[in-house]
Structure formats: C-alpha cells, structure tokens
Design a protein around this ligand. Sequence first.
Ligand code: ZN
Length: 290
Amino acid sequence: MSHTRTLDECIKEAEEKKIALGHFNVSNLEMMWAIGRVAKELGVPVVIGVSEGERNFVGTKQTRAMVDSIKEELDHPIFLNADHTYTVEGVKEAIDAGYDSVIFDGTKLSTEENLKKTREVVMYVRSRSAHTLVEAELGNIGHGSVVRDSIPEEAAHNESMYTKPDFAKMFVDETGVDLVAPAVGNIHGMVKSGNPHIKTDLIEQIREFAGVPLVLHGGSGITDEDFIKGIEAGISTIHINTELRLAWRQGLVQGLSQNPDEIAPYKYVTDAIEAFSDLIERRIKLFARI
Ligand SMILES: [Zn+2]
C-alpha cells in the first residue's frame, strides 16, 4: 500500500525523478483536507507542515491525529513536519507526538551552539524512531511567512551571505542531519517588488558537498522558471506558506462579502478552501512536473 512508504523513500524517489515534494503549511483542518485531497487526486506524496505558532494554535498532538486520520481515509502518503522549531524541548514534543520530520532552526545561535543543539536533537530523534528525519536550516533567510516591502536586512541577500558548500558538509558531518535547507537567494515571505532569483550553481555544489537532500524554504514569490531550475539543480522538497495564507484570506474575504447573510462557517469558508486548493494544485503540478 502506498501510504506505508516513508518520507525518506519518497524524497529519494523525488531526487531520482528530478521532481520535488510540496511542503504546505496549515492552520486548520480544512487546509489539511484540501492538501490531502489534491495530492491524492494528482497521485503524489505530500508534506503538511506546522510551524511552532501553527502548532500552538492547532495543537501538536491534535495535528498529528488529524493528519493520521486523513491519511488513512484517503489511503495516500501524507507526511507531517514540525516546521521551524527553535528549542530542543519543542523538537521532543513533536517527535513524541509522532511527527515524520522536524526542523531544528538554530540560525539565531552561534555555530558552536547550533552544532551542539542539533547533535542533541539528532540523538534524541534516533533514539525514538528509525524513520524520522531531522532538517537543519543553514543561513538566515529571514523569519515569518508574511508579505514584505523589501528583503529583510538580516537575511542572506548577497552571495557572500549565502550558505557555503563546505560549511554544509561540515554541518552534516558533525551533526548527522538528514536534510539541509540552504540560503541560496530564497527569502521567507513574499517581497512586493518580486523575490530574488535563486542560485542554481550553488544549489548543485551544496547538494554535492552536503551529501543529503536539500529543502527550499521561502518558496512563495519564486518564479516557476526558477523552481524548475532549482529542482534540476538538486532541490527535492519545496516549502510554500505565505502565498497560501494570502489565497486563504482573499478567498475568505470574498466568501464573506458575497454571502453577507450566511452564518454557517462551512458554507462561507468554501471560497477560501477553493482558492487554497487551486494554488496547491498548481504548485504540486509544477513541482512534480505533471
Ligand atoms: Zn521555512
């Protein structure tokens, strides 16, 4: 049965096929259903992500239970990732709840402290599960899935600030992480004047040096052309959040304004679900090249 495949296997398969898995963030059950249904219809595995803020809102365990239930009902490989987790305690909570992967984000720490804590995270995960993956984010690409007026000052916005291939290799060797999210021109959030291009030759080098699959964060605002080039260069998972939040909000506003007398939440929310689902479909088709 398809849903018995592990995330690790699905990522390997994506790399071989030169496609990428979509990683989509959620804040509620409707979004989980939408992602599951579209992925099932298109026949590709998918990753649902929840950041610490999203987890606090939906519930860490409750998100796991809902994704499990949807995965079982659809009989489809749907994985759950604990997106950007800033503390070891936060990682433990997600792992204990049975998440398929976790991102320990130590980009605000010194390299020494980041290595130490990431090692601690990897040891904990290995002691708990053979198939749970640990991802490290290398390089600052700004924080928050928001619409921005300009590229954030602290984010890597020129080549000297991008992730260095030898640093990625050192980090993987020292910690044993399974996945790396590099800074290659990508930025969290959408920049109003347009997001920068991603550097594909650097992606190729980092993939080679790091020796583990790569995850592209900050997918919102990147052009279709850049996505394809990035996938060909070695990206096998792509994160989308900001543009999904935008689609949801716009759909909700439309649903409310067109049905001013409607009070049933499951009725006035349908436009939001539709806008969200349409975007998921476009992104999965692009990333899976179908
Ligand atoms: Zn991210």
